[in-house]
Design a binder for this molecule. Sequence first.
Ligand SMILES: [Zn+2]
Ligand SMILES: [Zn+2]
Length: 309
Amino acid sequence: MIKLSNLICILGLTLIISCKEKHQPRYPVPKDAAASFNIIYDSLSNLHTTLSPPNDDDWLKDHPESGQTFKEYIHSKPIGLTATRTKLYLAILGDFDSIQQNMVKKTLEYLSIFYACEAELISIEVDFSSIPKKYFRYNENNEIQVLTDFFLKKLLLENLPNDAFGLIGCTNYDIFPDPQWNFVFGQASLHNRVGVWSMNRLEDNTHATEFKEKTTLRNLKVASHETGHILSLKHCTSYECIMNGSAHIDETDSKPVYLCPICLGKTHFNRQFNLTDRFQNLESFWNRNKISIYHQYYEIVKGIQFSVH
Ligand SMILES: [Zn+2]
Ligand SMILES: [Zn+2]
């Protein structure tokens, strides 16, 4: 079913993307938090589509989740920036070829814009041939498949930089979260500042000389979704949203790249970005990458005057 990429090359990349954002403490919760959320919600809700009942093989059919309100989110004391934890790190886990390296760099840039944060690429050395047996098995294509615990409870935690509010790893090995599961596209901790995604099942057909648009969208969707979890956002069950759960690749393809108004409100509470600047930067990103399917959305939202900071 899934074609294994030929993986070559080891890399040592240093790439830093910085954003200058003021950041005030979020606790105790500022008095205007609910009012700011309401402004965001009222400004955007008519542009978004509520989530339809799931099909038989969709995420919510097997995982009937209740979602997370804005109030629940802010009272969960979500992971976010602190005085000393100011950066998002993206770690390359394993050997990537030049095309995959470019995809990771593109993802780093996107995450930096999406979450309006300083983002840095690092490489964590990992010898997959010596992973303890309890952390891997073979998938249906006889490829090595790595248990996400290896990344989330061991490798990433052991390599978490002191100034990281989050560390997301990218691997090209197939991954699974539990022996009962076939695979997972990505997984993250809501509380431990780490997450991981796998490129293994995201390629559109063959490993072409350049990643295709669909492959790019899939990687950006999964990486931004898992980073949302790192910021303690739970799955969204209200709107079509990047924070919707995804059980199969068609479900990943069908969900939008953007946050719904509720999840944007949570993320804005956490990150305190300028909403218009963020929308403009996202539109520029998609234009630079010649991906036009979200052009109309960003054309509209970048023009909205939000009376919140
Ligand atoms: Zn998720
Ligand atoms: Zn949402």
